[in-house]
Design a protein around this ligand. Structure first.
Ligand SMILES: Cc1cc2nc3c(=O)[nH]c(=O)nc-3n(C[C@H](O)[C@H](O)[C@H](O)COP(=O)(O)OP(=O)(O)OC[C@H]3O[C@@H](n4cnc5c(N)ncnc54)[C@H](O)[C@@H]3O)c2cc1C
Length: 447
């Protein structure tokens, strides 16, 4: 949407709170960042525009945590693994499963994932943030970064009470879109190229998942290709997650192209196009796919899922070579597992390949250039496009969140800038919290 003019607004914004650490975005990475900061002793505020925490896992119905494991080796511990255990204990998941990604696209890729019921994740996360003492503001949208003399001073937000100011020396940008960074003037690495397509997920109930699983992969692929040819499907996927009970299928089958999710009009068009595609896909599944004949459309995600927007310019840019050559970093604070999955912009396929080993993510990739007191985590890390495609999975995002939440709290408690806290201090705290951040640790983890 191209603005045609500007107006000047004069605002008197009430200051509604002072904190040590403010986290913007209560998704995968931000929720864990807030828990880590609060457990490390910081007065912590978590700001989320939606009505629940969890981000893609809940609001976008992306109902499986990927990248806890590289092959059979666990690479993420600490708070994310604790959350995985608590979701299972709450009956929201029946544990880690083997899942074949990209099967219908002819690029089968086996993974160990944790499928879950997103509704359970919502209240498990509520419980964990409340226990940690995090102050949570839901239905609260970030508005503007408050920067004084090159350092963060807080943020303004829009709430049901109107615009409020919230002050803190450390702000974590976990918005997925680097909204705080953009507002604070941090450069982005966005090269303006085509972004990965978006997906609006939906949930079907009354599905005979066991019957579907019995269909041979070749037959499934042939049916998918037929659906694509007839324009009833939009990419080579029968991708769905089955929640505990085996009667629901949470489907990631729409593919919405040519969307810049940072453009207001595109973001609206994406939702409507997603629903149009879902109407077609549901008809195809009921008619063509064994096990789906009596399926009932139970839910459509409240928001379209966005794979890619801004990647910030940080003090280090993680590259595909770093990942594929398993480069080690002195300031490693999280481990990624991949896969490197890049959905073809404009196409119907997916490029999928595995890092040869778990890969280390350096703290510098989460420190934006130019502004002090600002940290990032999740899919907006400082990375090349390919590297982001391998580091964006939710378990990896959560691990980054634990690192920056810990760093933010250490910095605030000691009155230091986050950039002057030695990585070794963060690593010590992470190790105490059983987080994994070095390849050597992962190798010794029992599955
Ligand atoms: C369709 C799709 C399928 C995927 N499949 C998988 C998968 O199977 N498994 C997997 O592990 N990963 C998957 N991913 C990747 C993964 O979901 C994301 O990369 C990951 O969630 C990134 O974490 P994050 O914390 O950066 O962002 P998110 O989890 O998206 O969280 C960002 C949060 O910020 C909030 N926010 C945004 N703007 C504002 C604002 N102005 N004010 C306040 N809050 C705001 C959002 O509401 C959201 O809660 C998929 C992604 C998509 C889109």
């Amino acid at each position: 949407m191209q603005p045609s003019a500007t107006i000047q607004e004069t605002l008197n914004t009430p200051v509604a709170g002072r904190y040590d650490v403010i986290v913007v975005g209560g998704g995968a990475s931000g929720t864990v960042a807030a828990i880590a900061a609060a457990r490390t002793g910081a007065r912590t505020l978590l700001v989320e525009r939606g009505g629940c925490l969890g981000g893609a896992a809940t609001a976008n119905l992306v109902a499986q945590w990927v990248a806890f494991f590289h092959g059979e080796t666990r690479v993420v511990g600490g708070i994310p693994f604790e959350l995985a255990e608590r979701v299972q204990a709450a009956g929201g998941s029946d544990g880690f499963h083997r899942y074949v990604m990209g099967e219908a696209a002819g690029t089968p890729f086996p993974l160990r994932v944790l499928p879950f019921n997103p509704e359970t994740v919502k209240w498990v996360l509520d419980g964990v943030v409340n226990e940690a003492g995090v102050d949570v503001l839901l239905h609260t949208a970030f508005a503007r970064a408050l920067v004084q003399d090159g350092s963060m001073a807080g943020v303004t937000v829009e709430t049901v009470q109107g615009r409020l100011a919230l002050l803190a020396p450390v702000v974590v940008d976990a918005s997925g879109d680097a909204l705080v960074c953009a507002s604070a003037g941090v450069p982005s690495q966005d090269d303006g190229g085509e972004r990965q397509p978006c997906t609006l997920s939906f949930r079907l109930s009354n599905v005979d998942v066991a019957r579907f699983r019995a269909v041979p992969p070749d037959e499934r692929r042939a049916r998918v290709l037929g659906g694509l040819q007839r324009g009833e499907l939009f990419w080579e996927s029968l991708s769905f997650v089955s929640t505990p009970g085996g009667t629901d299928a949470i489907c990631l089958m729409s593919r919405i192209q040519d969307i810049d999710a940072l453009d207001a009009r595109d973001a609206s068009r994406a939702e409507q196009e997603g629903r149009r595609q879902i109407a077609s896909i549901v008809g195809f599944l009921r008619r063509e796919i064994p096990g789906f004949g009596n399926a009932i459309l139970a839910d459509i995600a409240e928001r379209v899922g966005v794979r890619e927007t801004r990647r910030i310019q940080g003090r280090y840019t993680l590259s595909e070579e770093d990942i594929m050559q398993a480069r080690g970093f002195d300031d490693a604070i999280a481990l990624g597992a991949g896969p490197m999955d890049r959905h073809q912009p404009g196409g119907t396929g997916i490029r999928l390949y595995a890092p040869p080993e778990p890969f280390e993510i350096p703290l510098r990739a989460l420190l934006p250039v130019g502004v002090e007191g600002l940290l990032v985590c999740g899919r907006t890390l400082s990375a090349t496009r390919e590297a982001m495609a391998g580091a964006r999975h939710m378990a990896t995002s959560m691990a980054m969140g634990q690192a920056v939440g810990t760093l933010g709290a250490i910095a605030a408690a000691s009155g230091r800038r986050p950039s002057s806290v030695p990585a070794a201090e963060v690593q010590q705290d992470l190790a105490r919290a059983q987080a994994l951040f070095r390849r050597a640790q992962a190798a010794h983890q029992p599955a």
